[in-house]
Each structure stands twice: as C-alpha cells, then as structure tokens.
Design a protein around this ligand. Structure first.
Ligand code: ISL
Length: 566
C-alpha cells in the first residue's frame, strides 16, 4: 500500500524551451518542438514536465524577465501552441508545471512602465522605490548579477530595487494589490489546465522591514544581499495566502526555488500539512564547491569532497523526514552538468559515473528532477573563448572580476566559466550526431557541444546499456517500489567518513533497499551485510563482484525487511 501523494511518486523532467527542439529552423527551440518530443519524455517514463519560462519577455535573462504574464514569447510560439502542448501532454499522461517568476517583472512590463512614470501613479507602490541616501544608493546591497541592486530613475528621482539585473525590478509583495494581481494571474493559468508551478526565487519575495546596509562580509564593492533578503519577515504569511487563494483549489505540484533556505525553514515552506508548497529546491549541496573566495562567490573550479556532499545530503534526508518533503536534483538550467561536476566526464568514465549519480539520487527520499540531457550524460561545454558565452551572469562576472577589478586573470576566469557557467547547461539538446545535433537545421543560438557525435539520444535509445535506458529503469523502480517513496533513509554505519563510497539504505516494514555508489575512478573493496535472498535490481556493470567496487560502480540491492530490524 502506498498512501503517498501523486507528486511524491512522480519524476519531473525539466525542459529549457530555448534549447530543447527547434521546429521552425530559426536556431531557437520552441513549443512545437517540445510537442514533437513528448513521446521521448514519455518513453523515458517521467510524469511531469517543468517548463522554464515561456512568457513574453525582454530576453535579458533567459525569459526570467517577464513583460506580460498572460502572453507567450513569440520566439517560442503562440498561445494556441501552448494550449496544444498542454492537450498533447495530457493525452500522453504527462503533466505540465510552469515557471512562476513573481519576485520581479521585466522593466518592460506595463506595471513597471506605469510605476516609473510618476511618484503618484497608482502602480508606483507595485515596486520598491527609495530616496537616495547622501546622494547614493539607499543601501549597500549588490545584485546577484554584479553591480548595485539599485538603479536611479532620473525622472522620478528615486532608486528602485532589483536583486537581479536592472531590467528585473523587484515587486513589492507588501502591497496587497500586487498579491491579488499575482493570484488572479495564477488562477487564470489554472483555468488553462496546467498542473502546477515552480516558483522562482520565492524565498526572496518578502523584503526586510528596514532596507538597511548588509554586513554579510563580502565587502566591496557591494554586499551580497542574499542572506538579508532570504526568508523575509512575511514570506510564510504570503505563501499561506497564495495557498488559500490559489494552490488549495487544485491537485497541483508546487516547488519553491528557495535560495538561502535552511532545513528549519524548509519545514515551513514544504510542510506535509500542505499549508504552503509541496517542496523546495535547496541550494546547499550545489554551493559547497563555491565561495573559496567570498568576493568571487560561486566562481571557482573546486570540486566538492564526497564527505561534505554526503554530510549535506544526509542532513536534508534526515531532517525533513516525516515533516516536509525534499526535491532531489543534481543540476538544472543554472547549474553545471552533473556528470562534469560530481562524476567524471572523461569518455572512459562518463557513462558509468552518470549512471552512478542517477542511482544515488533517485533512491533517496523526495521527488527527483531530471534536467534535459542529464538522462544522456550530457557534459559541460568546455569552451575556451568568451565569445561563445551568452549568459548575462557569466558575462557580467567576467567583466567585473577581470576587466574592472583585475581580481583574476582572463585564463583563470575562463576556467571558472568552464566549470560553473550557466551556459554549460544551456547548450542545445543532443538528439543525434548531425551538424546541429538534430536540435535545428540552422545555427543554434548557443553552440552545440562537440561531443554530440558520441553523446546523443538516437544512439542511446537503441543501446540497452545506455544512460537513457538506465534512467528509464530508475524511474520504473520509483514507480513500482513504495519503499522508494516512503522508506526511512539511513546512512550505512561507518560510511560518514568514507572519502570514496556513499552507501545508504531505505527501509519500510516490507522491504529494504541498499544503495552503494563508488564516487571514484579507483577499484575499491567494501564489505556490506547483504542477506542471501537479495535481488540486485540496479547496476552499472554487467556482473556483481561482491565486495569489489569498480570505478564509479553503483549497485542497488532489494531484500525483505527482517523482523530483527523492527
Ligand atoms: O544562477 C545562480 C547561481 O549561478 C543563482 O544566483 C540564480 O540566479 C538563483 O538561483 C536564482 O535563479 C532563478 O532566478 C533568476 C534566474 O536568472 C535563474 O535562471 C532562475 O533559476 C532570476 O529570475
């Protein structure tokens, strides 16, 4: 018996529309392209598609600068294409989760145009305006995309707040009219039949009461406002209100993107009582390799140690258990490719390590997210030239740290971009080995990764040992074994300090899963107690060599839970 909610048993497949499939040969992915690939997603076995923003946009930040919440970006298609996507997805039993970007709008949004037009415009208070202090910005906050978080408006002689680009002004959630307008818009999408929302930087919507200077310690030129703004004073009140006005009316999936969230905060956002959201994306496990230098923040080429990574993942598994629900992810459109970051993208180990990471994540408790191409073991782009990058975060950081402040050399910064740039995730989907990887017949907006000749869907669909077919198996097990959803997570005793292997169990009263993952390219020996009636249900080598673990080997055993463990 499995009493879990549908979204606790589901697997989500994330589609970055601009880079998934081009149907009209303009080099940009589009909605009709996604429709043409729904059968592929169905074949993989995923249940829900999370679509990155498809709304009308000024296109400064990959669609995260929305100029009209109720129109479709013409580069991607029309509203009738969108309706067709929902219908075609539903016909195949797939659900559609949209991106909700309501911490900020585009500066091209009509609300902002009105707001900036004069201090007494009815929309003025939709955004966060402040007088200059001593002729400067109202406080020392920096934007996540470099430079100050405030921009001065000559006409109305005040500054407006933008935690991201200056073309992404922050909405004022303390204004009840703003909340009403957002909830109205969400209900409008509900009526179109969508199945939920992924909520962009939702932990940042409630700003501190006094927008005073921040002393996070980054120092000059501007402070990192993240800690000051995350989990603000009214965020839970606003989400409860959203839940009452919108979410509670539908059998949806909701996930909050919550930069700066702790496990204690996650217990509130994603509480099993259903009063706010279903789950959150936490950032801790994808931040452990950054901050070598606080000024450079995420920009580094450090690899996280298995000890730190495991400690963090275990903390989230155990501290949310029975209280809130985890989301599980290795990568997304903002993060480097999982196999390059946590595995080994050398052709010799690429497939083994991609499978190992997949198994490790998919048998944990929570709802897993697969980012397009992860199921093929797609890798970072390994570019050597700044001109290949398009992402504004990457370009701004290069200009700030290399050109303006000379903090790092061009070579070092390029290496950091190769390791952590968001563009690593955004290269076109690799469908086949043709010139543009079957993504388009024309030059794509971002270069295709050279390795598409080896790493592509066409090849993997016909190979029963491929990463794709391995992921398909993982999803099948999630769907058939209740223990994957409801089993208690425990680290194998003594595994805490193991620098090479991650091993854990999941257990309910019927069944136990033992998951073993070698995170290195070395052959190792490890002994685990495995009852003789076990079944080896998942493995990335073709035979079982007992206590010998080959490079990046992963094995998942299933057996009956014994009375002794009760
Ligand atoms: O990308 C990041 C780290 O490299 C983060 O700082 C990121 O900006 C943060 O996770 C918020 O991301 C979301 O909101 C941004 C948008 O650019 C991202 O694509 C989106 O996922 C602003 O809307």
């Amino acid at each position: 018996m499995n009493n879990s909610k549908w979204w606790q048993q589901a697997v989500i497949y994330q589609v970055y529309p601009k880079s998934f499939q081009d149907s009209n040969q303009d080099g940009l992915g589009d909605l009709r392209g996604i429709i043409s690939r729904l059968d592929y997603i169905k074949q993989l076995g995923a249940d829900v598609i999370w679509l990155n923003p498809v709304y009308k946009t000024a296109n400064i930040d990959g669609g995260y600068d929305i100029s009209d919440y109720q129109s479709i970006n013409p580069d991607l298609g029309t509203m009738s294409d969108f309706d067709a996507l929902v219908t075609e997805a539903h016909q195949r039993g797939l659900k559609i989760m949209m991106d909700l970007v309501v911490n900020h709008t585009s500066s091209d949004h009509d609300w902002f145009k009105q707001s900036r037009s004069s201090t007494d415009n009815p929309y003025r208070d939709y955004y966060i305006w402040r007088d200059p202090v001593d002729g400067h910005e109202p406080n020392n906050w920096g934007s996540f995309f470099s430079g100050p978080a405030w921009t001065y408006d000559e006409q109305s002689q005040q500054y407006y707040l933008h935690l991201f680009a200056k073309e992404q002004p922050d909405l004022n959630w303390d204004n009840p009219e703003v909340r009403k307008a957002i909830f109205r818009m969400m209900n409008w999408w509900a009526a179109k039949g969508i199945d939920g929302f992924r909520m962009d930087v939702i932990s940042l919507i409630s700003k501190p009461n006094n927008l005073t200077d921040d002393h996070a310690g980054k120092g000059q030129p501007y402070e990192d406002a993240g800690q000051a703004v995350a989990n603000g004073p009214h965020v839970h009140q606003y989400l409860k209100e959203m839940n009452q006005e919108v979410l509670s009316k539908y059998d949806w999936i909701t996930v909050g993107e919550t930069a700066g969230v702790t496990t204690e905060q996650a217990d509130k956002y994603a509480n099993l009582d259903g009063s706010e959201l279903n789950m959150v994306f936490q950032f801790e496990h994808v931040s452990l390799d950054g901050n070598v230098n606080p000024i450079l923040g995420k920009w580094s080429d450090r690899r996280v140690s298995l000890v730190d990574l495991r400690e963090n993942l275990v903390k989230w598994q155990t501290q949310l258990a029975g209280k809130a629900w985890n989301s599980l992810y290795w990568n997304n459109h903002d993060q480097p490719r999982a196999v390059s970051r946590f595995g080994d993208d050398d052709p010799q180990y690429r497939d083994y390590s991609a499978k190992m990471l997949g198994a490790m994540l998919h048998f944990m408790q929570g709802t897993p997210y697969i980012y397009q191409g992860e199921e093929l073991g797609m890798t970072n782009s390994a570019w050597h030239d700044l001109s290949q990058y398009r992402d504004l975060e990457s370009l701004n950081a290069y200009h700030e740290f290399v050109d303006k402040e000379a903090l790092v050399s061009p070579e070092t910064m390029l290496r950091y971009l190769q390791t952590t740039s968001r563009d690593n995730a955004r290269t076109p989907m690799q469908w086949d080995n043709s010139q543009y990887a079957g993504f388009s017949q024309n030059k794509p907006w971002l270069p295709v990764n050279d390795n598409h000749t080896e790493v592509n869907a066409q090849q993997q669909l016909s190979d029963s040992n491929s990463v794709f077919n391995f992921y398909k198996q993982l999803i099948k097990w999630r769907h058939t074994l209740p223990v994957v959803t409801n089993g208690t997570f425990s680290l194998i005793t003594g595994n805490e300090k193991d620098t090479e292997v991650f091993a854990y169990t999941r257990q309910n009263s019927d069944q136990t899963l033992l998951v073993i993952a070698n995170f290195t390219a070395n052959q190792l020996t490890r002994h685990y107690d495995i009852p003789s009636d076990h079944k080896l249900i998942v493995q990335n080598y073709t035979d079982d060599q007992g206590s010998t673990l080959r490079p990046y080997e992963t094995k998942v055993y299933l057996y009956q839970s014994t009375a002794a463990t009760d």
